[in-house]
Each structure stands twice: as structure tokens, then as C-alpha cells.
Design a protein around this ligand. Sequence first.
Ligand code: SER
Length: 893
Amino acid sequence: METAEIRRRFLEHFDRNGHTVVPSAPLISPDPSVLFVIAGMVPFIPYLTGQQAAPWPRATSVQKCIRTGDIEEVGKTTRHGTFFQMNGNFSFGDYFKEGAITYAWDLITRSQDDGGYGFDPAKIWVTVYQDDDEAAALWRKVAEIPDERIQRRGLKDNYWHTHQPGPGGPCSEIYVDRGPQYGPDGGPVADEDRFLEIWNLVFMQEEITDVKSQEEFRVVGELPAKNIDTGMGMERVAYLLQGVENMYEIDQVFPVIQRAAELSGKRYGANHEDDVRMRVVGDHVRSSLMLIGDGITPSNEGRGYVLRRLLRRSVRAMRLLGVDARSLPELLPVSRDAMGAAYPEVKSDFSRISGIAYAEEDTFRKTLQTGTQIFDLAAGQTKKTGEVTLAGDTAFKLHDTYGFPIDLTLEMAAEQGLAVDEAGFRQLMAEQRDRAKADARAKKIGHADTSAYRELREPGPTPFTGYQELNTDTRVRGLLRDGATVPAAQEGDTVELVLDRTPFYAESGGQDSDAGRITGDGTELEVLDVQRPIKGLIVHKVRVLKGELVSGQDVLARVDPEWRLGACQAHSGTHVVHAALREVLGPQALQSGSYNKPGYLRLDFAWGQALGRETRSEVEEAANLGIRRDLPVSATYMPLERAREIGALALFGETYDEEVRVVEMGGEWSRELCGGTHVARSAQIGLVTLVGEGSVGAGSRRVEAYVGIEGFRYLARERTLVSQLSDLLNVQPDQLPERVARLLGQVREAEKKVNQLRASALGAQAAELAGGALDVHGVAFVAHQAAAGGTADELRTLALDVRARLGNERPAVVAVAAEGGNGRPVVVIATNDEARRRGLKAGELVRAAAQTLGGGGGGKDDVAQGGGSDPSKIADALGRIEHVVGENVTHGS
Ligand code: SER
């Protein structure tokens, strides 16, 4: 049975039984402390905890999930995948254990002709939580499973939670016996390869916190309602129903493996190591496709790093299979075709997705090249010093600067017979992570402990009045300092403030927070920042300028009207630039992030190449024409589905409520889901001036612009600059480029002449030195101390020139030395053929000189270079060379 059919049957079964079919949420976790959605229940957590009323009593979904904790296991076992789909049914205070068991049993055992999965009931085993007699009894009653196939397990196996504070509960798992050829008898407690878990029914009934591990956590109390959360592993069911051996061989993954086999000329199933590599490729290529599809781009941190790692591991696995050419252009389209039936967006969005993936492969290929050189150097040095372990900071640098995964460094080191100081590496990684975390914490208001915010949120969300008015009479609901509520604040204090309602816009959707004042009864506050640390609660960071601020006080909140006008211009300007980009480049130039504040905006969008000067001008022109058309700007609330139907652009990775706000400018020309503040008509934006364009990672570009009066000021500054230059160079502005080009040409000519003069001066010096050569036991010997500050290269050129002038008739040795730019002595020695024949080798002479200079050196027999630490010894060193020449020269015939 194809995966698409397993999915269809699942959703149909639960739809028929009164469940609302909810589309998969994006892979990005709605909880910022977790990177990805790791289970089907994640999008439903607020309904499971009772924090929000569930819109439906029953729901069902097929949720995209990513788990990378076991990434090293991928391909080695039958069931570790980084991307997988979890089919779930959910009850929010509606049915409980009996319903969950009945629905699951019906679907898995009903015959395939009758719309079920047709598993043989005699092969099904279940587990229940150790003291859950009720669930065990229900399995006997509903499914008639005999006692010996119902096993009991403890917290470790049969209690489920997300490892974060939140909902949890005992669970009951359903297993299929694959037969004695896969392992010993004895049920799931004996062997989980033979007995494969396919479905987990969680009886969500508790709220937990202080989660230290699977088994260590604290139960806060009962949830407001008894809920059901189930998760069926679609890939596992697929591999059982498709009669293959593991999850990599199912219809959604295997075509990629086949392509990898073709490309490498290897046969899948012939060699275990190669099979693992091919499975890694099959799994990682699919995960990358789905991650980029959901708006992730490769980067060095967070989600982007996970994606980068997956892409790079897959490229590396192909190289280990012997494929050195670019491999993703061959593999990604195959994954697209395998996944497109269930996820049509990976087809329609493929040019963007593939652009990002291919660019990452190209970057990695370059990285491999440079990084390999760095690695070879470090490995060489390590061996030279007799060490057998590569330093942790080398591994860290390779990882941090060159993007080398540690396993790559380990592998390459092993090939050279070296170990790697992994503990040192991990220590440096941990230090870096701590630094990043501390930075992130310091950046925003908000605390790890959000309980005080939750208390203030209790009476309801903060109504935002700022769409209609800038001044609002309101009341202080509460004050916080360092995450705890305080009753009052005094002049000079900086505190966080929650109001009953507020006209202040909290930073979100790329728009910076509003500035302004809050006053009342002798109190005056300056608003420094406005954030929404938890959903629905607006928190102002304020400084008390005058008087005292107390909880419960009546106040007037006043947004600075100048600031707000600038903010509206900048945010509407962002929509205009987005529309202009799509108009000029095409609809795939979709925004992936933005930031705007009065006078300034920046926007990141999906695009693979730099925009040329002409394209930039075109975009700028399209934006300003949109402004000049004076388009009406409207904001309308509508259901999310309706907004999608009319093509409103949503930001990747954002989760939206059921009811959304759609901001339109000129109807279809610009239609986006947006909560920001905007001007009433586009002409109020005034002006948009693009000032920069650059790359922000593979497949993603950023434009920056000044808006409104700042746009004008920018242009005015440029005009002043141009007129200063034209005064200075005494030409009309339009002749500036030509004049500057001519000046540059003259400078280059002059530099050339200077170099020629230097060369001829050196030549003259060389001639003079050659002419003054001493005779040391028949050897023409030149020793010269050059002026301080010269480079070793200059000394070498001079030495070689003098040697050439001395010819080869008699033995010749040239030694030149100087104090280098760094204050340390350098010496270069050159010998001619005849001198070498008489036993005078440059390398040996340099070592003697370097000894005198307090350093070392070496080189070939004909030229060698050395150095030391004491420049006052240069004359002695040259004397020593003369001495050694006299001592060592042999008398040839
Ligand atoms: N949340 C449970 C799991 O992920 C069941 O959906 O296994």
C-alpha cells in the first residue's frame, strides 16, 4: 500500500468518526525553545493544556516532524529517520481511553478491502503503563487481546511527554510481530526490532514541569480535561505494508537510494557500509527538501545549522560512495517526485528549494577544498611534533570557520593515523553555545521563567488600540522587575509594565516597537521597548522620568506621532518593495524575513544571484511607481483559509491563528498576512531609496532601503558628496566617472614606474656588491647588511641578483641580512654551483648564521633563509658565515 494511501485511509477513518482534519503545521516549532515539531501533538499543545479553548472537540492530522537527536543512527537501524510523518487523532476533553483504543484497533485490523490496514490481530501486541489496569481491561474487552500479549512497563517506556514543561500522561503502545526471523520471542519487552512499535496512544492527563529526563519530572497537577494524543509512525506502517525491510525502502524514500546507486555504480544490498551511506542520502535529501520547503535556509546556528548538517552529510556520503561530481541536482528532483503527491508545494516551489540546496552543495565543495588544506597542514604539524592527537581547537576551527562536521574531521584524522581531542572540541563548542545564549538573552526583555507574565496574562490578552488611536486612557495592570512582579517603581527606575489596553505596537512581524510617553498624576515614563514575551501579553519596558509609578494607577499612553508615521511608512514601504521585487524578478522572489523602523527597512528574499545595478534600479523604480499611484491600503480580517484562497502572502514558518489580518495595497498588487501598522494610501510613504543589496546565506538576498524623509536625506547627502568631488576635481558631475577612471590609470602608471626604478636601484646595488666581493680562500664572498625594514623576499631578490653577477667560474657565496619590519633579523644565503661542488651549502651556512642570531632556519643547498631574535648580532652572524666558508671550503681541482 502506497504511503499516500495509508495517509488517505487514516484521515478518512477519523473524519468519518467525527474528527476535524487539520493540515500539517510547518516543521518549525511554535515554541522558540525547541527547534522543530517533534510530534503530531506539538501544534495542539495549547489545547491539551487548556491554555486555549480547542476550536474542535476532536481533530486528526498527518504532521511533518523532524528529530535529529539520533542522526548518527540513520541508516544503521531499520527505523531511525530524521524526517517522518506522524498520523494522529486527538480528543480535547471528549472521548478518552476507550475511544482511542477502539478507533485504533478498528483501523489497523479492518481488512484492506474494507478501508483498513488489514494487520493480523494475532500478531498485535500492546503495552500499558505499569498500573493502568483500565487500559489493560479495555484491550481485553475491545480487542479481545489475550493477557499474554498485553505487557506492562514503567515510566521509561510508557509515559509520554515532550521533555519540556507541558502536558504528559501514561501511554499504551501498539506493536506488530514481524516474525521469529527478526528476533527472539517474548514481546516488545524482549525485542523491539522484531516487535515493531507502530502507534502510541497517550492518555494526556497531567501537567508536568522540571523535566530532567524521561523519568525525572514533577507533576504540577491534573490537566483541566482528560485528552487523547495518539501518534502512528507512518513510515513504519508503510514499510510493514509495503513488504520491505526498513523505512528507507518505502516508496517516499527508496527512489533516491536507487538514484544514488546508479550514480555511484554500486548495488544497493551488496555491502553494509555502502548501504548505510545510501540510506543516509535517502533520508537526508528528503529531510532537506522538506525543511527548505518550510522556509529554513542553511546557516551556522539553530534550525539552519541542522539543515546545513543534513545537506553536508548527504554530500559527504555521496563522496564516500565515490561520487565527486555535484550530486544534489541528481537526487533532489527524485525526492521531489516521491514527496510531491502528499506535499504539492515541494513541486510548485521547487526552483526556490533547489536553488538553496544546490548553492549549499557548491559552498560545501569549496569548503572541503580549503578546509582540507587547513586540515593537512595541522595534521602535518601534529605529526612533526611527534603528537598523535589533533588539537581540539583545530577541530573547532575546522567546524566553526570551514563548516567541517566533527565526524568528517574524525574520519580524515583516522585516515592519517591520528586521534582528535574530542573533549577539547566539545568544550569549545559548549563555550561558544553559552556565549550565544547569553547574547540572545541580553538582547530582549523576557526571562526564562515566564510565570509572572502568565499571571498578568490571566485576566485576558492586552487589547491593542493602536490601529485606531495613538492616545489611550488606560490603567497599570502590573509591574515587573527581573521577571518578578513589584508594586511600584521610582524615578530613575527601569521596569516592565503591563497596561489594561495599549496603543503601543509590540515588536513583531518585522516592525520595531513604538516609542512614546506614558503619563498620569505627576508620573512620566519613557517607553524604551515593547515586546510580547508570551502570546497575547504586551509588555512595555519603561524608564520612570518623573514621579512614582504604582500598580493600579490610571495613566494616559501616548505613542509619539512622528515615530508612528515613520513606522507606518517603513512597514508599508516593506510591502511595496516586496511587491516590486516580485514584479521585476517573478513570484518566486518571496520574502523570508524583514525588519523595519522609522526611516529604514530591510527585507530578505529567496533569490540565488546578486541583483545587478540595472535590476536594482528597476526594483526601485517599480517601488516608487507603486507609491506614486497612491494606492489605498486596507486591512481586513478573514479566516486563514480564505486568505490563502485569495493568495495572501504569508511568511514561511510563522504559525497563524484561524482568523488573520490581510493588508492589501492596490488589491492583488500587494496582499500579505500582516499585523503591522500602515499608512492609509501608498503616496504617504513618500520615497523608497535602495541603499544596499547582498547575500544572507545561500539562496537568500537582502535589500536595504531608506524610507520617507530619510530617503530624501540620503539622496541629499549623496548630492553633496558629488558636488564636493566635482569641485575637487574641477569637472561637471556627469564627467566624474571618466575623470576618476583617468586618475586611476595615471596612478597605476606611476606605480609601475616606481617599481621599475626600485628594480634598477636594486640592480645598481647588486652590481656594486658583486664588484666588492672578497676573496675568502678562493671563494668570492659577499656579505651585506641591508637597511632595516626590508622583507625576506627583497633580500632574496638581491642575493640572487648578486650571485648571478658573480658568475660560475669560481665558487661564490652571497649572504644578505637585515632587521625585518617586525624587528627580528632575517638572513638569506645563496651559493653558486661551483661553491656547492666545494662543499658550501646554503642550508648549512644559514643554520650557522641563525645560531648566532638566536634562531633557526633552513632551505635548499642553493638558497636558504633563516632568522633569529637579536638584530644586534647581524654583523657577527655575517662574520660567522665568512668564517665557516673559509673553514669548510674544499679545494677542488
Ligand atoms: N505524542 C506521542 C508521540 O509522539 C503520541 O502522538 O509518540
